[in-house]
Design a protein around this ligand. Structure first.
Ligand code: GLY
Length: 374
C-alpha cells in the first residue's frame, strides 16, 4: 500500500494502546530486582551477561521508561526510571569495568531525565559520564573502545556515544567535548566507510601513531562483511552528529548509510544480522531495525518534504518488526523477540532491552515526540 503520514500516525497510535496494556506488567516484574532488565528467561527479566552494573545496555531500561513517560504522562514510568537511575549510580564506583558505552548508559537515562524534568542530579550524572568518555580520547583522533588489550581499537557503535559529548558542550558552553566528538566522527568517515555506503565494525589503530593496523571481523559474519547493527549505528550516529554540528559531511554519511540500508532490507524490512550472511541460518536482528528506523526519522526531520523516503523506510521497518516479532502477551515482559547479539554467538533471536527501546523511540517519534533527542 502506498505510504502516507496518516497511515504511520494511525499505526503508531495503535501501538501506544498496546504499550499501555503491556508495559505496567513489565514494570511490575522489574520492581525490586537488584539488576537492570536486559533480556527475558522463563518469562522473567534477566540481567546482561557481563560487567554487572556496567553492562553497556543498562541505560536502556530507564530510557525506555522515560520514553514511556513522555508518550503516556503516567508517573509509574518516571518512578521506575528514577529507581533504575539510582541503581546505575553504583556503576560509577566500578571504574575498571566502565567503557566507551557510558554514552549509551547515561545520555538517555540521566540526560533524558534532565530534559524531561530539569532534575539537576541527573544532569550531574550525565556530565560526569561525559568526562569519562572524553578521557578515553586518543589524540590520534579516536575514542578508545573496550578495555584490556584493545588499546588502539575504535568501533562504529561509538558513533552513538558522541551524543553525550555534544550534549555536554551544549550544557556547559565548553567546546572540548564537541571537538573530541567531531575528531572521532571524522576518523570514522576516513577509515570505516566503504564506497558502497557500508562500513567496518572495528578499526585497530597504532595507539602511538594513529596508523591503521587492521580491520578485523566484529559481530558480523567475517572480515569485510556488513553487520547490520553496525550499519544502523553509522546511519543514526552520523545523523546525530549532523544535528548537533550542522556539518554537511555527516549528513551525507548518514544518507549514504540509509540508502544502503534500505537497499539491503526492502524485500521484507526485517534486517538480517549481517547483510552478507549465508542463506542459512536466517538470523534477524530487531535491534538493527529500530536503530535504523530512528536514524531515518532524524533524517526525515532535517530533510522536511524531501525526507519522505526515510519516513517511509522507518515506518516499514518498525511495522515489519512488530508484525513478525512482537509478543504483546503480559507473561513476557519484553516486546520484540528476534534480537541478535552477534552472528557467531549464542544470543540469537532473544529479547534485548535496546531492541524494545528503539522500537518505542521510533513509535514516539512517528507521533511527533521531539523532547527526547539523542
Ligand atoms: N554496541 C554493542 C552492540 O551493538 O552489540
Amino acid at each position: 500500500m502506498a505510504f502516507n503520514e496518516e497511515m504511520a500516525r494511525t499505526w503508531a497510535e495503535k501501538i501506544v494502546k498496546k504499550l499501555e496494556e503491556k508495559m505496567p506488567a513489565a514494570v511490575q516484574k522489574a520492581q525490586g530486582l537488584s539488576f537492570l532488565p536486559y533480556t527475558v528467561k522463563d518469562g522473567q527479566w534477566a540481567p546482561g551477561p557481563f560487567d554487572g552494573l556496567c553492562w553497556w545496555t543498562n541505560g536502556f531500561w530507564p530510557a525506555e521508561m522515560l520514553m514511556m513517560y513522555a508518550v503516556t504522562g503516567q508517573s509509574l514510568y518516571l518512578e521506575e526510571a528514577s529507581r533504575a537511575e539510582n541503581m546505575l549510580d553504583g556503576a560509577f564506583q566500578d571504574l575498571e569495568h566502565l567503557h566507551h558505552d557510558v554514552g549509551f548508559m547515561w545520555r538517555i537515562s540521566s540526560g533524558f531525565h534532565h530534559e524531561l524534568t530539569g532534575d539537576e542530579k541527573s544532569k550531574k550524572r550525565a556530565l560526569f559520564a561525559a568526562q569519562l568518555l572524553a578521557g578515553r580520547y586518543n589524540p590520534n583522533g579516536f575514542i578508545r573502545a573496550w578495555n584490556g588489550e584493545c588499546v588502539g581499537w575504535a568501533i562504529i557503535d561509538c558513533m552513538m556515544n558522541l551524543s553525550l559529548l555534544y550534549w555536554a558542550s551544549e550544557q556547559t558552553g565548553d567546546p572540548r567535548y564537541r571537538l573530541i566528538a567531531m575528531s572521532h566522527a571524522d576518523t570514522v568517515l576516513t577509515h570505516f566507510f566503504r564506497p558502497d555506503g557500508s562500513n567496518e565494525h572495528i578499526v585497530c589503530f597504532d595507539p602511538e601513531t594513529g596508523a591503521v593496523l587492521e580491520k578485523p571481523a566484529g559481530q558480523g559474519v567475517a572480515v569485510g562483511s556488513q553487520w547490520s547493527r553496525g550499519q544502523a549505528w553509522a546511519l543514526y550516529g552520523f545523523a546525530i552528529s549532523y544535528c548537533h554540528t550542522g556539518a554537511e559531511r555527516y549528513l551525507r554519511a548518514s544518507l549514504r548509510s540509509a540508502d544502503h540500508f534500505i537497499e539491503q532490507v526492502q524485500a521484507d524490512w526485517l534486517p538480517n544480522c549481517d547483510f552478507c550472511q549465508p542463506s542459512e541460518p536466517i538470523l534477524k536482528d530487531d535491534c538493527a531495525a529500530g536503530i535504523a528506523a530512528c536514524g531515518m526519522l532524524s533524517l526525515a526531520d532535517v530533510l522536511g518534504t524531501k525526507g519522505e523516503k526515510y519516513r517511509e523506510g522507518a515506518f516499514r521497518l518498525l511495522k515489519a518488526a512488530e508484525e513478525a516479532h512482537a509478543d504483546w502477551s503480559l507473561d513476557n515482559p519484553a516486546i520484540l523477540t528476534h534480537c541478535t547479539g552477534a552472528y557467531h554467538s549464542n544470543d540469537h533471536h532473544i529479547a534485548m532491552n535496546y531492541g524494545d527501546f528503539y522500537f518505542i523511540e521510533g513509535v514516539a517519534r512517528l507521533l511527533g515526540e521531539k523532547r527526547l533527542q539523542w
